[in-house]
Design a protein around this ligand. Structure first.
Ligand SMILES: NC(=O)c1ccc[n+]([C@@H]2O[C@H](COP(=O)([O-])OP(=O)(O)OC[C@H]3O[C@@H](n4cnc5c(N)ncnc54)[C@H](OP(=O)(O)O)[C@@H]3O)[C@@H](O)[C@H]2O)c1
Length: 236
């Protein structure tokens, strides 16, 4: 999985390990945090490896996936989690920021799928972390982020169609506000966000991980091309 050292990715790594998976996780800058998750996965009785790979670098991402299949012996589940969260008025979005966001949030899941599928057998799973902003945008300044996350819906549906005959499912998990360093539950917009959320609170990373684990497990085997929204009712 990409970006497993903290936040939603760390919760997914631990949950999948508890469900019986060996886990390879990438990190960008934060090796110590990634190694802490590796230790937790090992404490749960599974094998784990942390790999430095900037998702903006397709060669590094592909090498990380090949190394995963090599070191763990197989590749059954790809979780595209790493993502940037650029926010700002339209006129202030720089082209470099546009290109970097598209590289990390959109191109990386595409490239990772290209790299992972040759290693997968029937029963394989591709699960990408989108965002509820693909469905509803309540704050200004989200043009770049919402655009990037909405692209993942098309990728998920098209790959679900293409890879179905090979027994590989492809799904999107669409979280609402989730308490991580990217979007802390005590951040400046939290009160407004909670007001829009039917359940009145942020998700915990484990809430999102539970949806990923469901799609990754036996019970998710007939679901493909779908979006599973985990937003506490924000978009209803
Ligand atoms: N939190 C929310 O409210 C929320 C809501 C909807 C969707 N999401 C989505 O959920 C995903 C995870 O979000 P989060 O809240 O857990 O974020 P986070 O706390 O900021 O953690 C991001 C993780 O991704 C890694 N990462 C970031 N950029 C990377 C890159 N270029 N290459 C490789 N790894 C990279 C980070 O690695 P390092 O530690 O090495 O930097 C870190 O492990 C993202 O796709 C985000 O858009 C989050």
């Amino acid at each position: 999985m990409t970006g497993g050292g903290r936040g939603i990715g760390a919760a997914v790594a631990l949950r999948l390990a508890q469900q019986g998976a060996d886990v390879a996780l990438t990190f960008h800058n934060n090796e110590r945090r990634a190694e802490e998750v590796v230790d937790q996965v090992k404490a749960a009785g599974r094998r784990a490896v942390a790999i430095q790979a900037d998702s903006a670098d397709p060669a590094a991402l592909t090498a990380a996936i090949d190394r995963t299949a090599d070191e763990l012996g197989r590749l059954d589940i790809l979780v595209n989690n790493a993502g940037g969260f650029p926010v700002g008025p339209l006129e202030q979005v720089r082209l470099e920021e546009f290109d970097h966001t598209v590289a990390v949030n959109v191109r990386a899941p595409f490239v990772a799928a290209q790299a992972a599928v040759p290693h997968m057998r029937a029963g394989g799973r591709i699960i990408t972390i989108g965002s509820m902003v693909a469905d509803r945008v309540v704050f200004p300044g989200f043009s770049l982020y919402a655009m990037s996350k909405t692209a993942l819906t098309g990728l998920t549906k098209a790959l679900g169609r293409e890879l179905g005959p090979r027994g590989i499912t492809v799904n999107l998990v669409s979280p609402g506000a989730t308490d991580t360093e990217l979007n802390p539950a005590d951040g400046p917009n939290a009160e407004v966000i909670n007001g829009f959320t039917a359940l009145g609170r942020y998700a915990a990373p484990a809430d999102v991980a539970a949806a990923v684990a469901f799609l990754a497990g036996e019970d998710g085997q007939y679901i493909t091309g779908a979006t599973l929204t985990v937003d506490g009712g924000f978009t209803i």
